[in-house]
Design a protein around this ligand. Sequence first.
Ligand code: ZN
Length: 474
Amino acid sequence: MSAIIPSRKDASEVPAATRVVDLDGRYVIPGLWDEHVHMTQWALASNRLDLSGASSAREAAAVVRSHIAGSHLAGAGGTGAPGAVQTLVGVGFRDAVWTDLPSLGLLDGVTRGRPTALISHDLHCVWLNSAAAQRYGVRVDADGLLREDPAFALTRELGQLPDTVVDPWVQLAGQAAAARGVVGIVDFEMTWNRDAWLRRISGGFAALRVEAGVYPQDLDRAVAEGLRSGLAVAGSGGLLTVGPLKVLIDGSLNTRTAYCVDPYPNGGHGLLTVSEAELLALLVRARQAGFVPAVHAIGDAANRVALDAFEAAGIAGRVEHAQFVRSEDFARFGRLGVTASVQPAHALDDRDAAEANWPGRTDRSFPLRSLVAAGATLALGSDAPVAPLDPWTAMSAATARARQDGRGPWHAEQALTRQEALTASSRGRGRLRVGDPADVAVLDGDPLTVSDAEFAAMPVAATLVAGRFTHGGQ
Ligand SMILES: [Zn+2]
């Protein structure tokens, strides 16, 4: 495919000077979208200490100890004021499956006073040491943990690196995504996203289309500036579009804050972080202002609340995650025009946590097949940095319900077909049609017939956005 071949037959059918690329019998599919990304967090995560392999709090502490022992004062992965000892930031720990508990003392004992903040893999919890609590002016108990809003706030603060540092990381992350066949992302970074992306695009970012989400705290500003979902942002060369209005209404499975009908084994139903009346008011406001709501709902009670609000507000939209859904609610997604924006890799990351916290009810957790069968539209994503920004990881999890790790499939009856996964990863296109935008991925294998292992690691020869190569094509 490296050669540009002026095929005589083709040359007679296309205008002169048109570049004709011979794909050597490769497979072309519509370019892929990751429908749920936190792009700055994803770019930052690749520069932070990885704790995803720690199977206990002690192991996580040991990883931190050896990192600090191996690094000098301003080690890689740190953040902080220039001149000061940088904060060590770790990511990816999964305390829900640990048999021991994190504690302030455990982390203090291995960090030699260096400010250290560890962010859980689902971002809903931060474990910090005393030096970090002091640096960032937060109070923690003996467990050393912040959860939900205080955790989000500290995570935001830890991400406050100069744009000159972060933007090149985002550019690299965009190129890496293009190399996996991605042409677009929906970015739910919890900030005022429009200007960050305009800055990056004017600085040369061109790898992906970006739909930039808006949060309720910025809705007034967005409306005042004339924004609405789907609007192409001027000055972005067609790459940037205003995305959905993201509303979080519950927590997560791993922190047992997902809002559920039945109590957790240790009690409690999780958290509904926005009242039903507030949610309804927000969705009515979204309808009036031209915003598509994207409601984060993980637990089955939260999904019920979200669907009730869509119905009462008379607006379609998206539910982000839809990890646990009451049987009677599956058909409501299709009927109300609510897309289920799902992250299939989470099903495999969280299968143990789901079995532990939703015992006997996991037949309706991560219910991809049940949703499709009931008429719902699915949109696949990663929730990067929670899972890697790689649609083949997501589509592999959706179709095989297993990893290449020897562990058998989990609830295989909820699997999608390859074609369904491709369709849900390409905004409903599924296959190329004349008249579509020239957002295309070129594959080395046939995505409908290769083995599960090859599908999960699909080699992507080239990617084009609007007819322009963003990967390959030399
Ligand atoms: Zn998210």
